[in-house]
Design a protein around this ligand. Structure first.
Ligand code: ADP
Ligand code: MP5
Length: 273
């Protein structure tokens, strides 16, 4: 049986709920063979980030080259990239290896407030990496940082999506987890039209790694040859179920449940069968 494959370029979360660990679990659950290039090691748990150790640039480069020169990939997902040197390296490798199906999750700040991206790196993210992406998946604070204006209403979300699209990315997904109210809306813009996926806001503190999980599910579905719109539907459902059937792990903001989609999704969607 042919297996599609995906590469995550992101930070390690020792607590297992976000970063590389969330990405690989999501790839596995969606039937995609997962590979990784680690950009930084975090000492992290459900209570927060204790420390961040960036990986030397040449070690990141060698991980990416090792994957590219032997295996290749059907999709790439980027998460925590920490500084502008790492962003420039990742952009150069995506260009060199002509990778498409690139999902850029512009990770900036962990839910507990720790910085996962240096401020000096925002320009490189905007001008070097985002233009290479098939889809970017900012949450509201990340979209505010990238566009420079505050976002509250649906019209402002649409305006932010148009602005981000003008940076050169093909599709923008504005995630709605940080909004207010009981209804939660994720918005996709493809340069022409807007599409929304709505859900109830689930009442839980266990949302550590939702953004990573969402973007990894997008990458896995794209790796399997699905359209961006179909991948959006799968990613939304994957993360919704992962939050709904949350796990009681840790004393703080616990991880999501990466088994939930296979256990509670429809059999047709689960594991790509
Ligand atoms: N409480 C919640 N209930 C249901 N879905 C949620 C909840 N929080 C986040 N999500 C979903 O998880 C995904 C990640 O959203 P968001 O929290 O905005 O991103 P991030 O984790 O990057 O901050 C989105 O698809 C969003 O709709
Ligand atoms: C290594 C790493 N990468 C990303 C996140 C963001 O997590 P979230 O998806 O909760 O915003 C994190 N906390 N740690």
């Amino acid at each position: 049986m042919k297996r599609n494959i995906a590469l995550t370029i992101a930070g390690s979360d020792s607590g297992g709920g976000a970063g590389i660990q969330a990405d690989l679990k999501t790839f596995q659950e969606l039937g995609v063979y997962g590979m990784s290039a680690i950009t930084a090691v975090t000492a992290q748990n459900t209570l927060g980030v204790e420390a961040v150790y960036p990986i030397p640039l040449d070690a990141i480069e060698k991980q990416i080259d090792a994957v590219a020169t032997d295996i290749g990939t059907d999709a790439v997902k980027t998460g925590m990239l920490f500084d502008s040197n790492i962003i420039e390296l990742v952009a150069a490798k995506i260009t060199k290896y002509k990778w498409d199906n690139v999902v850029v999750d512009p990770v900036m700040i962990a839910k507990g407030g720790a910085s996962l991206l240096q401020r000096e790196a925002i320009a490189a993210l905007k001008h070097q990496l985002i233009p290479l992406a098939t889809v970017i998946t900012p949450n509201i604070p990340e979209a505010e940082e990238l566009t420079g204006f505050s976002i509250h209403t649906m019209e402002e979300k649409k305006e932010a999506a148009r602005t981000l699209h003008s940076f050169g990315v093909k599709h923008v997904i504005m995630k709605g987890g940080h909004g207010e109210g009981n209804d939660l809306v994720d918005l996709l813009y493809d340069g022409n039209d807007f599409f929304t996926l709505e859900s109830k806001r689930l009442n839980t503190k266990n949302t550590h790694g939702t953004g990573c999980t969402f973007a990894a599910a997008m990458a896995a579905a794209l790796a399997k040859g699905m359209s961006v719109h179909k991948s959006f539907e799968i990613a939304k459902r994957f993360v919704y179920l992962a939050i709904k059937y949350d796990l009681n792990i840790g004393k703080g903001h616990g991880p999501t449940n990466h088994w939930a989609y296979a256990e509670h999704g429809t059999s047709k969607e689960s594991r790509g069968k």
